[in-house]
Design a protein. Structure first.
Length: 372
């Protein structure tokens, strides 16, 4: 496959982290924007990014970008794109997407027009009157923001945050891609020990272990483009082999999780085993009030209840106060807590050394960092 323009959508706040990751993968022309990163590469980069990205939500091929002020504009611009380079005579090509602050605000109408434009183009290319759509899946996606249209084909299938280890999650799980970003900001790749005294289903611990051991998060799953001619089977084999060669097993990294819920402890250990890091993680029933930073050092990651889905607000605020009491400043210890509470620092009892705005789903949060 020739060099293509690609796009990796991501959670708001981690575009820079994702951009740096893609550069390390040898992606070219990396350009971070709000909620997505554009870059370029061939079949090897498509496979590499799908297998190895910790922070991208999916990997897409950019088919075209243009301004559309009417449905006629939309149809003509989509019709003019080279769909026959990707979609074969029998392939499936459903359409989905979103529109925001644009004249073309009807999603069903946009879907219908894009589908028709693609079909008309392919009819001429293949001299066909209809398409059976029984072959490989080419999911067409569109975004329309302030009348600027981006037309893409998804190469991932299920979102890349679905690593495959978390079939069952706790009551308010953190997204795997966000957990990985927090682990990156906490520099767990250099840490010997990571702890989460409110571990839930263990996502922060597992993503930390995957990062520290350099295990590609997508090494165990399949992708929608695995059946495409454009990304040959040999490329997938080579990229999985490359990812395995990068793994780092001769490290003394370990992680510990605590929780007051026995089911959370069981989930953490089950998920860790499925992720291939079960030998690096331990979990036990433990109350936050009994937490003590009493070893040579460690990185504490925590996603406490916000009072939204788990606990009520007073209980969640009480938990933050308890964290402030037990997460004491101590040499070689650091604490990274994500929270949506505007008065977190007041409740915690001291100002963070650094803060970073992140989004947990649609909820605006801050990552509070204490390392001095």
């Amino acid at each position: 496959m020739e060099t293509l323009q690609l796009c990796a959508p991501c959670l708001f706040g981690i575009e820079g982290i994702l951009g740096d990751e893609l550069r390390r993968m040898d992606a070219q022309q990396v350009n971070s924007q709000n909620g997505r990163v554009f870059f370029s590469g061939g079949a090897d980069i498509i496979a590499r990014a799908n297998i190895g990205s910790r922070y991208a939500e999916r990997i897409q091929i950019v088919i075209g970008r243009f301004t559309a002020l009417s449905f006629e504009d939309l149809f003509q611009n989509v019709h003019g794109l080279p769909w026959e380079r990707f979609i074969g005579k029998t392939d499936r090509f459903p359409v989905k997407g979103w529109s925001l602050e644009s004249k073309l605000h009807s999603i069903p109408d946009c879907q219908s027009i894009i589908k028709k434009a693609v079909a008309e183009r392919l009819k001429k290319s293949y001299n066909l009157s209809w398409f059976e759509e029984t072959g490989s899946l080419y999911q067409i996606q569109f975004t329309i923001l302030k009348d600027e249209v981006t037309i893409l084909i998804d190469t991932s299938g299920a979102g890349l945050h679905k690593r495959g280890y978390r079939a069952i999650a706790g009551g308010a799980p953190i997204k795997e891609t966000l957990a990985a970003a927090i682990a990156d900001l906490a520099r767990v790749r250099k840490a010997k020990r990571v702890l989460d005294p409110c571990c839930g289903s263990g996502t922060l611990l597992i993503e930390s272990a995957l990062s520290a051991l350099r295990i590609a998060p997508g090494i165990r799953r399949k992708f929608i483009s695995s059946s495409w001619n454009q990304v040959p089977t040999e490329v997938w084999r080579q990229e999985r082999e490359r990812a395995r060669e990068l793994e780092l097993q001769d490290t003394n990294f370990s992680a510990w999780g605590g929780d007051i819920d026995p089911q959370a402890i069981s989930l953490t250990m089950d998920n860790a085993k499925k992720a291939g890091v079960g030998n690096r993680i331990t979990a036990a029933l433990a109350n936050l009030s009994e937490f003590e930073p009493n070893s040579d050092g460690g990185v504490v990651l925590c996603n406490p209840p916000y009072g939204e889905r788990l606990m009520d607000v007073p209980a969640a605020e009480g938990l933050i106060r308890e964290m402030g009491r037990v997460f004491i400043p101590k040499p070689y210890w650091s604490y990274y807590i994500i929270s949506s509470h505007d008065n977190f620092e007041e409740l915690f009892g001291r100002q963070a050394d650094k803060r970073r705005k992140l989004y947990n789903g649609m909820l605006r949060c801050q990552l509070y960092m204490y390392y001095r």
